[in-house]
Design a protein around this ligand. Structure first.
Ligand SMILES: Nc1nc2c(ncn2[C@@H]2O[C@H](COP(=O)(O)OP(=O)(O)OP(=O)(O)O)[C@@H](O)[C@H]2O)c(=O)[nH]1
Ligand SMILES: [Mg+2]
Ligand SMILES: [Zn+2]
Length: 305
């Protein structure tokens, strides 16, 4: 049976030209209908791609075959480029403390890239059962200085997990992002009991993840909260406007706001700039400096082209 009624839906999965769209039906949480959709060919936004997290209008709904077509796209709030996800409100950068071992430079790149989206960024540290309490406290303290109150999770203890779950249910659309094998899908399976998405142990020798999750997928966890599981990856380089970088490090912008420090030039990059008054004795300064230098090289290379 075909109807012509139009309905708002949320794209929860994308594969090739197909989209899985869940009807936005607030009264019916957990039982929302899902339709396999293609984009109507003759519509004006056809040059614009549609991503997981997009809100769309679907029509030509066939309730029996669960097929429909996407007829319109609602204006999106934001778009994360890698992995491609639209309309996120929170990014949970997820790293394991061991297996794979914690790479601070990678972690910093993930954090700064997330901060550049202008959404709320949090840090989740998994596999804390593999380290001592002393090491865990050390890491909590380190990341507090970086500006993050880390969630330290472990499969055996549920107290921190419950705190995280409570928080996720207050947010709109949260995404787990980080390298392969850190336990993003394991966490998702704990959040949604019965889900049982595939997870895999890290490889024996080099303790590296096996790229188990292949697609970005969005799941609802309450009436208006969603979480997104993503395929793990390592970041090669960061494409952030060099002028924005000082504002993405809490150690820098807090000095300006809390301590009122002022450099001679308003657009000071705090590297070798004349009249710079920034106190550079914080752990991430070397990462910051490297980012500035490599962005500068990138900028000049592009300018010479
Ligand atoms: N010891 C320990 N192992 C964990 C913990 N959380 C997850 N793991 C294990 O880590 C391995 C990788 O977990 P996944 O959930 O597949 O990792 P992922 O981040 O989804 O990896 P990709 O999908 O490849 O990006 C699995 O064998 C999990 O059982 C934890 O808290 N402690
Ligand atoms: Mg996974
Ligand atoms: Zn300065």
């Amino acid at each position: 049976m075909k109807t012509n009624s139009k309905n708002l839906g949320l794209v929860t999965k994308k594969f090739n030209d197909f989209f899985l769209v869940e009807l936005k039906n607030k009264e019916n949480f957990g039982n929302s209908e899902r339709f396999l959709c293609k984009v109507r060919k003759s519509i004006s936004f056809k040059d614009q791609l549609i991503y997981v997290g997009d809100e769309v209008v679907i029509g030509n709904i066939d309730s029996e075959s669960k097929r429909a077509v996407i007829t319109n796209l609602t204006k999106r709030k934001n778009l994360l480029v890698r992995p491609s996800v639209a309309n996120i409100s929170n990014i949970y950068i997820t790293f394991s403390v061991e297996e794979p071992e914690l790479n601070l430079s990678q972690l910093n790149m993930f954090l700064i890239s997330a901060e550049s989206m202008g959404v709320e960024v949090s840090l989740v540290l998994t596999k804390c059962d593999l380290i001592s309490d002393k090491r865990r406290s050390f890491l909590i303290d380190k990341f507090r200085k970086w500006g993050y109150q880390a969630f330290t999770l472990n499969l055996q203890k549920s107290d921190y997990f419950r705190k995280l779950l409570f928080e996720l249910k207050q947010k709109e659309c949260s995404i787990f992002m980080g390298p392969s094998g850190v336990g993003k899908t394991t966490l998702l399976n704990m959040i949604i009991p019965g889900l049982q998405n595939s997870t895999a142990p890290v490889s024996n020798k080099i303790k590296r993840g096996k790229n188990t999750t292949r697609n970005v997928e969005l799941f609802s966890i309450s009436n208006q909260s969603y979480i997104v599981d993503t395929p793990g990856f390592n970041m090669q380089d960061l494409k952030v406007n060099i002028r924005l970088l000082p504002n993405l490090y809490s150690e820098i912008y807090k000095q300006k706001i809390d301590e009122g420090i002022k450099c001679k030039f308003r657009n000071c990059l705090h590297v070798n700039d004349e009249g710079c008054n920034l106190n550079k004795s914080f752990e991430r300064y070397s990462f910051y400096r490297e980012m500035i230098e490599s962005s500068k090289n990138h900028y000049y290379q592009n300018r010479e082209d």
